[in-house]
Design a protein around this ligand. Sequence first.
Ligand code: PRE
Length: 235
Amino acid sequence: DDSALALIKKAGVLKIGTTGDYKPFSYKSPNGELTGADISMAQELAASLSVEPEFVPTTWKTLLEDFKAKKFDVLVGGITVDAARAEVGDFSVPNVKDGKRPIARCEDQTKYSSIDAINQPSTRVIVNPGGTNDKFAHEHFTDAKIAVFPDNRVIFDEIAANRADVMVTDGVEVDLQSKLHPGVLCPTKVTEPFTHFENAYLVRKDPALKAAVDDFVRKQLDDGGWKAKLDAAMK
Ligand SMILES: O=C(O)C(=O)C[C@]1(C(=O)O)C=C[C@@H](O)C=C1
């Protein structure tokens, strides 16, 4: 049996790709420590396979390339399910349902309430490169000014400091960053998120590995393990 799962067990190591720049899922603190709800999940996933986790850094721009180059077996950390990714690997059972919404300074809470309200020549949209936010912004905000800001760990400080006005990103991140910048950043009042999507783990194509990851995720969803990890990371 030389399935990917068998090779992982033989090596005693599960290689986990993650960007480390997306709270609450995957976050590398300045002292180099990786934390987050999906990091805890990956550690427990490895333990459930009786192997050690080895985290491999990647970026939103390069994660497909890195996945194809077999730098890791599983990709975790707020990964949106999409067709291009599903071509190179298998997505696990999803652990998050979300949608993109705007975050802005609290005084602009009612100003940026729709795509049209944001897409004005006077609006300074800010976006992180390489992921689905980047695609969304360039597709919908053709009349606004778009600044592509490379460091996703401090991008929200740009809006707080009035160097940008608004960012459209995953709802979970909007809610957490509003909490982390109390009274300064707020979710804007939208009737409906601008998109709907799911997050899941991208797994090396191997039926045995996919089944093991799915079993693990399902169990975490059923027994409240995932919810506890997410709640702990939402602060
Ligand atoms: O590409 C994806 O999978 C994402 O959802 C990631 C993405 C993005 O869209 O840029 C979403 C929120 C985070 O701020 C970082 C990255």
